[in-house]
Write a protein that binds this ligand. Structure first.
Ligand SMILES: Cc1cc2nc3c(=O)[nH]c(=O)nc-3n(C[C@H](O)[C@H](O)[C@H](O)COP(=O)(O)OP(=O)(O)OC[C@H]3O[C@@H](n4cnc5c(N)ncnc54)[C@H](O)[C@@H]3O)c2cc1C
Ligand code: FES
Length: 312
């Protein structure tokens, strides 16, 4: 066990320069691509599957020289001994993982479970809201509320029908499900706040809302529930470095106080979060992130044979 009560990865395990190891313990047993940018990895790790709780995350290194990145545990199966990650390829590391993480390869390191588990209980009627990629991390909470005996209303939102994933998983653990699409190609036309308005109109006794997605979406959800005084939890994703409360990288402002998302969160009261501060801090490394991606894309072009790269 490591600091923060986490299960530590054996950092000395062999890895290939291609990005993922073929012989470490964290084997990828399933891969599913939901879209051009979003993909799922199911990873064999019986101890992590045993310890994981809804709302927690892991820090992953896909290869020995890779960056450590935080990813939410989107599902865990204690019987199979696996955890599931759903990843959006947005920058250098996540695009590299999209290219290299295949069934039969392994992650170099996996540390966790980290963060404070979500508080599940109390409310008899809850609404679990996921926007885009946020649909994955809110799933374990919806399931846990259902298992705790709550009436669960799921709201999942996407830009368009082609991007919808896990509708079936949500149907299996929700008493009601509202699907929202920005373009109206499926379900309710509009953002997830449209779904929240409908849920509150039909169920004035909703005791809690959990909303996970981009900061702007979570802010809008918190504003939609504020006039109704419904307790609203959001999951914050500031830039993280060590994940142990030491570096201060994940500092967020909640209720006028400084909190560290890695050890005090990542779940916080959405009505208290300073979303302006969060978005400003998320933009801080935009220049460095772009140059890391440019350098990696350039090295990919140099190492990929012309026919594979689509060249002549
Ligand atoms: C607790 C937590 C859980 C997360 N869960 C998921 C998840 O389940 N699936 C998923 O796809 N993404 C998740 N993220 C975000 C993920 O960690 C970043 O997308 C990833 O680190 C980006 O790395 P990159 O090199 O591909 O992109 P970069 O070029 O480094 O950055 C692209 C974007 O990601 C943000 N970012 C960069 N580094 C970090 C970091 N260390 N922590 C957080 N954000 C960062 C940047 O602000 C930028 O907007 C989570 C973040 C946190 C803090
Ligand atoms: S990531 Fe360093 S304090 Fe949270």
């Amino acid at each position: 066990m490591g600091r923060n009560g986490s299960l530590e990865a054996p950092g000395t395990r062999a890895s290939t320069m291609l990005g993922t190891s073929k012989d470490s313990g964290y084997g990828i047993v399933t891969r599913e691509d939901f879209s051009d940018v979003t993909f799922l990895l199911e990873i064999r790790h019986p101890l992590m599957a045993q310890a994981a709780q809804p709302g927690q995350f892991v820090i992953v290194m896909s290869h020995a020289e890779g960056e450590r990145i935080p990813l939410t545990i989107a599902d865990f199966d204690r019987g199979k001994g696996t955890i599931t990650l759903v990843i959006q390829a947005v920058g250098k590391t996540t695009r590299e993982m999209q290219q290299l993480c295949r069934i039969g390869t392994s992650l170099f390191a996996l540390v966790g479970p980290m963060g404070v588990p979500s508080h599940v209980g109390g409310a008899r009627k809850v609404t679990c809201v996921g926007g885009g990629l946020g649909v994955a991390p809110v799933f374990p909470q919806a399931r846990a509320f259902k298992e705790a005996g709550a009436y669960v209303i799921g709201i999942i939102g996407f830009r368009t029908r082609a991007l919808v994933f896990w509708e079936d998983k949500f149907r299996s653990c929700c008493d009601e499900l509202i699907v929202c699409t920005d373009d109206g190609s499926m379900g309710v036309k509009g953002p997830v706040t449209e779904g929240i308005k409908r849920a509150i109109a039909a169920h004035p006794d909703i005791g809690e809302v959990v909303a996970i997605g981009p900061p702007l979406m979570m802010k809008a959800c918190a504003e939609a529930t504020r006039p109704h005084k419904i307790n609203t939890m959001v999951s914050l994703n500031p830039v993280m470095v060590d994940g142990t409360g030491m570096c201060g990288g994940c500092r967020v402002r909640v209720g006028g106080q400084i909190k560290f998302a890695c050890v005090d969160g990542p779940d916080f009261d959405g009505h208290q979060v300073d979303f302006e501060d969060l978005t400003t801090r998320l933009r801080r490394f935009a220049t460095e992130e772009k140059s890391a991606l440019d350098r990696w894309s350039e090295s990919c072009r140099m190492t990929t044979p012309p026919e594979e790269a689509g060249g002549g």
